[in-house]
Ligand binder design. Structure first.
Ligand SMILES: *Cc1c(COP(=O)(O)O)cnc(C)c1O
Length: 477
């Protein structure tokens, strides 16, 4: 399996090479030359496997430069109940991503039982082990510099803590994260994890990360890397739980199943699209957005018009407050028949701030051939959904999963099984949960008292030069 760029300007590469890189040299995203295929007979065999063995069967089709036994060891170490034990029920943790049944054909798939209580752990934990393996084999190091408003940063830190060859420098806005999020990140005492609390907003943190990366000399000398949502390793790891969820929900292998996915950067649902292209009988993929509805607009009109950060609203499902969906480029590449010249032209107009509109034929295929639907929610919808799910089914869902619930309801066919992807545990969003349910959400036992642990972070000015000086002092070259 080799990888090319969506924009056509990269010689085919092996998995380990693109794993550590960010954008392809031509500004595109890496994507496999073709998708591995599973027919009904092969799927029936996969359905018998536990999460680890299933992950090995799927991930190994995308990786041909890591020996099978080594890949197996990395996957076994990643997907163990000991890591995914923060869910509602310890007894279920062997399933890693267990299903909760709401009614006869409506399910929630728990993806948030990892260390930071968000689905990002599912992929990031594997990435941490893959990075360590590849860097150790090559005798290299990487210094991950990122910006976070909460979820991504903590998932990256918990995945990379204590890993050989990896340092993490995570910028977050000083005083702007919830006490829980702050405690999650800042209580890590590992020497390779550095929390930089920046006096400014999230945008300022992001601008500084961009400035560091735009300094090519600095970037090369200090081996600056990233683990953002375009990372291919993250997408591959996410493909696995669609198979797992499908097998758990379908009465018979071959039956159609729909998935509803709370979306921001289009990483999670892009993995669903890939699973579908591999032969998994997914019927519909329902994109759920909040008030930041650039994706809902795309799937309803065929027009993709990313908005500026100044037009991004702060909402009560904050991890979906995104005005530009980086991974959409991978899906559109497939949709337009993998025509990289055409793709490059479309994204040139995105980068110039104009966006684009699909042709009528491509727009029709998006629904008919690729199964996409979409729905947007607002704060009142989230509160109503959280209440409805709790009152009807006795299940607490977080505000992001609530966006998924509304989208699932809007596109549900009672004859077809629907799985809503749970992207975070309610414990991360106490204020909204209390507003909806008047009670505190359940918190996993191991995290009681989290906020009282000693915290380790440095406060810095929102100035790229100050951050570079901080990095120079701490990175041995
Ligand atoms: C990151 C995140 C999302 C959005 O996922 P994408 O892969 O960016 O579409 C949704 N919900 C939560 C809780 C998240 O952390």
């Amino acid at each position: 399996m080799r990888y090319i760029s969506t924009r056509g300007g990269m010689a085919p590469q092996a998995f380990s090479d693109i794993l550590l890189g960010g954008l392809a040299p031509d500004g595109g995203l890496s994507i496999p030359e073709s998708y591995p295929q599973f027919d009904l007979e092969a799927l029936t065999e996969l359905a018998k496997l536990n999460y680890r063995d299933l992950a090995l069967e799927i991930v190994s089709r995308f990786v041909d430069d890591i020996p099978h036994a080594d890949l197996k060891a990395l996957i076994d170490k990643t997907y163990t109940p000991a890591v995914y034990c923060n869910g509602r029920s310890k007894a279920q943790s062997e399933h890693i991503t267990p299903l909760i049944k709401l009614d006869g054909t409506l399910f929630v798939q728990e993806l948030s039982n990892g260390p930071t209580l968000a689905f990002k752990d599912m992929a990031m934990q594997l990435l941490g082990n893959l990075f360590e393996y590849v860097l150790t084999a090559r005798g290299e190091q990487v210094n991950i510099v990122g910006a976070t408003s909460g979820d991504t940063g903590s998932a990256a830190e918990y995945a990379m803590r204590g890993k050989q060859g990896v340092n993490v420098f995570m910028l977050s806005p000083y005083g702007k994260m919830s006490p829980f999020q702050r405690a999650q990140m800042f209580s890590l005492q590992d020497e390779n994890i550095h929390n930089l609390s920046v006096k400014g907003f999230f945008d300022a943190c992001q601008d500084i990360v961009k400035a560091v990366n735009n300094d090519a000399e600095f970037k090369a000398k200090y081996k600056i890397g990233a683990v953002n949502s375009i990372n291919w390793g993250r997408i591959v790891a996410q493909v696995v739980y669609y198979f797992k969820g499908y097998f758990a929900a379908a009465k018979t292998v071959g039956d159609p199943v729909d998935f509803a996915v709370p979306s921001g950067n289009f990483g999670n649902i892009c993995a669903g699209h890939i699973a579908r292209q591999m032969g998994l009988p997914i019927r519909r993929l329902v994109v759920a957005t909040n008030e930041n509805d650039v994706l809902d607009e795309f799937f309803k009109t065929g027009g993709y018009h990313p908005r500026g950060v100044d037009k991004t609203y702060e909402t009560s499902s904050p991890s979906m407050d995104i005005s530009k969906a980086s991974n959409l480029e991978r899906f559109v590449f497939d949709l337009i028949g993998r025509d990289s010249a055409k793709l490059a032209e479309l994204w040139r107009s995105v980068e110039q701030g104009q966006g684009f509109k699909l042709s009528a034929e491509d727009f029709a295929r998006l629904h008919d051939d690729y199964g996409f639907r979409s729905e947007a929610s607002n704060h009142a919808d989230r509160i109503a959904s959280i209440r409805e799910v709790f009152e009807k089914y006795g299940v607490q869902i977080d505000p992001h999963t609530a966006d998924g619930f509304k989208a699932a309801k809007a596109h549900r066919d009672p004859a077809v099984t629907m799985v809503i992807m749970e992207t975070a545990l309610p414990a991360k969003f106490e204020d909204t949960m209390k507003e909806a349910l008047k009670i505190n959400p359940f918190r996993p036992a191991g995290l009681a008292g989290l906020e009282a642990l000693p915290q380790r972070f440095d406060v810095l000015e929102a100035d790229a030069e100050a951050i570079k000086a901080y990095l120079r002092e701490r990175i041995a070259v």
